[in-house]
Write a protein that binds this ligand. Structure first.
Ligand SMILES: Cc1cc2nc3c(=O)[nH]c(=O)nc-3n(C[C@H](O)[C@H](O)[C@H](O)COP(=O)(O)O)c2cc1C
Length: 173
């Protein structure tokens, strides 16, 4: 199997970290991988907030109900939609575009030996507002998720095989 497929099949959400900080150059490379994602008409309707201050990570972990792992993470990336950049499709495709960027971020983190997990913000109104206030995000920018990234505590976790033949339909349902 080639390296990319190995990475895709071995990636899984990691929620336990040592708390070590992550080098700025690694975070920048991970964000760069996010920006390499496809987007409708190549509009790139996204922006990325890098969180690497411990107090901010702790605040976010308290604001988001399923993101306690942020406390122990080395950094986080908030993937934000910037729908105003997407004039072609009346702002319709930012979620797909930002989701593609998010998956690239998860894979890039994994390829560098970090553990990562997508924690949900959009479409939960309260979470959007709380993250907006905490990170000073303008009203026309929408936080899609907070991706926690850290040095994994346990490097021997085995990913679940999610292949299900019943989910495949050839040529017709
Ligand atoms: C849209 C979305 C929202 C998610 N929200 C959370 C979350 O708030 N907290 C969390 O711990 N994991 C969250 N996850 C991670 C999923 O739980 C995880 O991807 C799923 O259980 C499959 O496991 P895997 O990533 O190890 O393959 C989210 C994933 C997606 C795609």
């Amino acid at each position: 199997m080639n390296t990319l497929l190995d990475l895709i099949f071995s990636r899984h959400s990691i929620r336990d970290y040592t708390g070590e900080i992550i080098k700025n150059e690694d975070i920048e490379l991970i964000v760069k991988a996010g920006m390499a994602a496809p987007s409708a008409v190549n509009v790139q309707p996204w922006a990325f907030i890098i969180i690497n201050k411990k107090d901010k990570l702790i605040n976010l972990s308290k604001l988001l109900p399923y993101a306690k792992m942020l406390e122990q993470s080395g950094a986080a990336i908030i993937v934000c939609g910037v729908p105003d950049k997407d004039m072609h499709f009346a702002n319709k495709y930012w979620i797909q575009d930002c989701s593609a960027a998010s998956e690239n971020i998860l894979l890039a983190a994994h390829s560098l030996g970090y553990g990562a997990v997508w924690t949900a913000v959009y479409p939960e109104e309260k979470r959007i507002n709380d993250v907006r206030i905490e990170c000073n995000i303008p009203n026309n920018i929408i936080p899609l998720n907070v991706i926690a990234i850290g040095v994994p505590k346990n490097k021997n976790m085995i990913p679940i095989d999610k292949y299900k033949i019943e989910n495949i339909h050839w040529n017709t349902w």
